[in-house]
Structure formats: C-alpha cells, structure tokens
Design a protein around this ligand. Sequence first.
Ligand code: ZN
Ligand code: ZN
Length: 172
Amino acid sequence: MDRGGFEPGLSLGLPDLLASWGEAWGVADLPGRIEVRFSQRLRRTLGRCQPERGLVTLHFGLAGSDLLPEVLCHEAAHYAVWLLYGRGPRPHGPEWRRLVERVGHPARRVIPAHEADFQIPRSTLRSRVYLHECPVCGVSRLARRPVPVWRCRACVESGRPGRMNIRRLEEP
Ligand SMILES: [Zn+2]
Ligand SMILES: [Zn+2]
C-alpha cells in the first residue's frame, strides 16, 4: 500500500492501518470516525479509547515505536465493538478478541512494561518531538525540531502543495 513516499520507519501511516482494519471489521470509514491523539498524560496505560467521542489517545512515546500498530489496533477494536455490539460486551471479551485477531494482532489486554522501550524522560522529549502531518492524506513524519520545508511527497506528485501541519506531541 502506498503510504505517501516517506521511509516506512518514519511514516506513521495511521489512516492506512485504520482503513484496512475497518474493512476487515465491516466498519465503513474507520479513519474518518476515529480521531487519534498522542498524549504525554497517559501514565498507567499506553492507550485509551472513548468510543462515544470517537477518540483514541495514545502514549506519545508510541509514535516512534514498533508497538504502535498493536496498541492502536487494541484501542480501535474497543471502538468497533462499541459500534457493532453496543455497550453489552465486556471490554476485552470475545467480541473484542475476535476483531483484534482477525487483523493479525495478538489480543493482549496488557503489554508488558519491558516491551515499551520508549520511556525516554519527558523532559527530553517535551520540546523535541514534532509531528508533521499532511492534512490531505494523513501521512506523517516525526522530527526533533519543526521542519517547515518538508512536503508530502504523494501530494506533491499529484500536483498539490503538500504542506504539512506541524505540532508538538503533547497536550497543552
Ligand atoms: Zn483495552
Ligand atoms: Zn499528502
């Protein structure tokens, strides 16, 4: 799948992931329904889902981590269960487990702390991680400083300006 031309390690590719899971789960336009935010405020968990708000909040350290797809999938599946089955099912019950496993992720309720190897001191990262995101196709790229000259290659190639929105990975 074309993720817009950035090196795969740098592109977060979240809309593509959500789109493919939505297809597998029978949920139309999953990327449009879920807003993903990165937060430094999560302490005891790597992710959180508030289905009524269509909001998934992820630990900011996940932005550069191999664990990102699994945690996003975990949370997005909570949303899908809520959408498909309502409030009835248990949070990590069989409905949730089936969705997660259907798209090839382990249905783990908890990710062991030693696997989350991105616990870089907050003071180091707070001023240093900037998410550059294409408002058109959602392609994103991280840097330790804002790089306003970066352009979304996919957009540029199709004749658009390709400017990217830049924001720090933290909540005010
Ligand atoms: Zn959960
Ligand atoms: Zn773009």
